[in-house]
Design a protein around this ligand. Structure first.
Ligand SMILES: [Zn+2]
Length: 184
């Protein structure tokens, strides 16, 4: 994975679709941070996610951001035990249907092959399909929004007691702990 991607993005979310929504960070804070600020950033993020595409246009970036925000809104709804808005579900379904990615098993690992003709649509199709599986799957009751200050990032709580509160112990969990210690 390129070092630059690790510096620019939070890549520690186990769920690919939620890692994608984390490219907008500090969502509940005073100043949400857009990390996909230009098409090259999206290309870098996709590469880090195993979805390498050639150069892409501002229109494709806009498609990606539209999908990302639909995933985020749908995730928040599911975290609140509500059904996703049909408009958001339609955006996810449309992106999933537009992609033609092919799964492959290479060196013991699952990979995605993107077509040469519409690689970006294929990559977005992978993200949409991943979101659909997690938002509508058996573990949907484990989807949560992070309680870290200003974060509200989505994560899948796979802990045994379903009592995880933060998207990541390394970032939000630590921040809360430090704040608690400082107040003692
Ligand atoms: Zn968080």
């Amino acid at each position: 994975m390129p070092v630059e991607a690790r510096r620019l993005f939070r890549l520690d979310n186990e769920v690919l679709a939620f890692r994608f929504t984390a490219t907008m960070s500090d969502r509940a804070g005073a100043e949400p941070r857009e990390r996909l600020s230009d098409p090259d950033r999206l290309k870098l993020w996709l590469h880090a996610a195993g979805l390498g595409v050639p150069d892409l246009s501002p229109t494709r970036l806009q498609d990606a951001l539209t999908l990302r925000e639909a995933i985020y809104r749908a995730g928040l709804a599911v975290a609140a035990t509500q059904r996703p808005d049909p408009v958001d579900a339609a955006i996810l379904n449309g992106a999933a249907a537009a992609g033609r990615p092919t799964p492959g098993l290479e060196n013991g690992l699952a990979v995605w092959h993107l077509g040469k003709e519409t690689p970006v649509a294929d990559a977005l199709g992978v993200l949409a399909a991943d979101a659909i599986h997690v938002l509508g799957g058996a573990d949907r009751g484990r989807i949560k929004a992070c309680e870290g200050p200003g974060c509200a990032g989505l994560f899948l709580d796979t802990s045994r007691g379903t009592n995880r509160r933060w998207c990541s112990m390394n970032t939000c969990g630590n921040r809360v702990k430090k704040a608690r210690l400082a107040n003692k």
